[in-house]
Design a protein around this ligand. Structure first.
Ligand code: UDP
Length: 403
């Protein structure tokens, strides 16, 4: 598509995940990045993009015009303070009513909802204003429940409401092939669904540039929100088999608050039990602009979640020319090529994780070859520019005027 031919008005709806938020906290990660980067790339292609996210702080302005060419509107729905995302369902009617009001003045050509609760609010407004809805789930309640069982704190109604939503929206942009299969099982018509992955900015995340200093000759890096399902425990339990390496875990609260974080305490205890506490370092959250330098300091990035709707970190590592050892689940089945850009291993299996990492640490040439292939793959398929073009093609279809 050409931006000049069809400049669209796009409403991005992301109830809990603001593109302006700091990352690393329990509810701030890939969705924030995806909404920010996709909005910026679409704006750069000439589209008018407004992101609607919940006002979670009284200090926020009603409207922020970002330097990246898109606007963020802070939606008054529920108390203006940080709340766990699992408490937000009750505020979605108010969120939807606010959107409907806004769209009376500024009617978007398409609304793109991120996460199921955004979908509910978006549909409520869109049906009133005749706006087509594209839905990206970023995560599915059925998958979460399957893996987390009673630890899943999602609202009880999630699976029912999400299933209804999946059947009602005009288009589903799934983030990976595996999710398409899940959605089909939920009753989604496959003819109005496609895979639109998340992406990475290959200029920002690049193999060339400074690298953070290491404490040991070899370094494994793992990045993500500090929650059990991210599987940091698996890599820690692999460490006794990897005696020359250190493991750096990035994510969670700021380093100053790490000592009081329950998951950080649990992971440190596991490291102690495994006798590797001196080689496992929890860094807490780091700023986005420090991430490429940190990733470049790794010989291998380990991404070993129990399940993963997409997984942006593996792409960021690949863009930095670093091999990735990833769980063979979800989005990583699409992004990571086993023996090509890294290794795919079964989740929750420390021995297989260590077996996959060992040869990569041992062989500089193998590392370089996997890293080069990873970077090439990202450049070819996963730049946000390309993802934005694919997304805009979906919008064109929805707006009914493919030019
Ligand atoms: N991230 C970050 N700082 C941190 C931890 C994570 O900037 O301390 C970023 C990371 O680089 C990636 C995103 O947060 O861009 C995490 O996305 P991913 O899809 O891997 O995981 P999710 O949070 O969606 O489960």
């Amino acid at each position: 598509m050409s931006a000049q031919k069809s400049r669209r008005r796009i409403a991005m709806v992301s109830e809990h995940a603001s593109p302006l938020a700091l990352l690393g906290g329990v509810d701030a990660g890939g969705q924030n990045v995806a909404v920010a980067e996709l909005s910026a790339a679409l704006a750069a292609q000439g589209h008018e993009v407004v992101v609607y996210t919940r006002r979670d702080d009284t200090d926020l302005l009603d409207r922020v015009d970002t330097e990246h060419g898109y606007t963020v509107v802070h939606v008054p729905a529920g108390p203006p303070r940080k709340l766990p995302k699992d408490d937000l369902l009750q505020y979605m009617p108010a969120f939807g009513d606010f959107l409907a009001e806004q769209w009376e003045q500024w009617r978007p050509d398409v609304a793109h909802a991120h996460f199921w609760m955004s979908g509910l609010a978006t549909l409520r407004a869109a049906r009133r204003r005749g706006v087509p809805v594209v839905q990206t789930f970023h995560a599915l309640g059925v998958v979460k429940r399957r893996h987390q069982g009673r630890d899943d704190t999602s609202p009880d109604e999630r699976i029912r409401l999400e299933t209804e939503l999946a059947r009602k929206v005009d288009w589903v942009a799934a983030t990976c092939t595996d999710e398409v299969a899940e959605l089909r099982r939920m009753g989604r018509d496959q003819s109005a669904m496609s895979v639109v992955p998340c992406g990475v900015n290959p200029t920002e995340f690049c193999h060339i540039g400074p690298a953070a200093t290491r404490g040991k000759p070899q370094r494994i890096v793992s990045v993500g929100r500090l929650v059990p399902r991210k599987g940091f425990e698996t890599v820690i339990r692999a460490m006794p088999q990897l005696p020359t390496a250190e493991l750096v875990i990035v994510g969670g609260p700021d380093k100053s608050e790490l000592d009081s974080d329950a998951e950080a305490q649990r992971l440190n205890a596991v490291a102690g039990q495994c006798g590797v506490a001196d080689r496992v370092h929890l860094y807490g959250a780091i700023a986005r602009d420090e991430m490429p330098m940190l990733l470049r300091s790794a010989d291998v990035v380990a991404a070993t979640p129990w399940y993963e709707p997409f997984g942006i970190v593996p792409l960021e590592a690949m863009a930095c020319g670093v091999p990735v050892v990833a769980s063979a689940v979800g989005g990583m089945l699409d992004t990571v090529v086993d023996e090509g850009t890294g290794r795919l291993v079964p989740p929750r299996d420390p021995r297989r994780c260590a077996d996959a990492i060992t040869p990569i640490l041992a062989d500089r040439n193998l590392r370089a070859a996997l890293g080069r292939a990873g970077r090439a793959r990202v450049q070819q398929r996963y730049s946000w520019q390309r993802v934005a073009e694919e997304t805009a093609a979906v919008y064109d279809r929805m707006a009914g005027s493919v030019s």
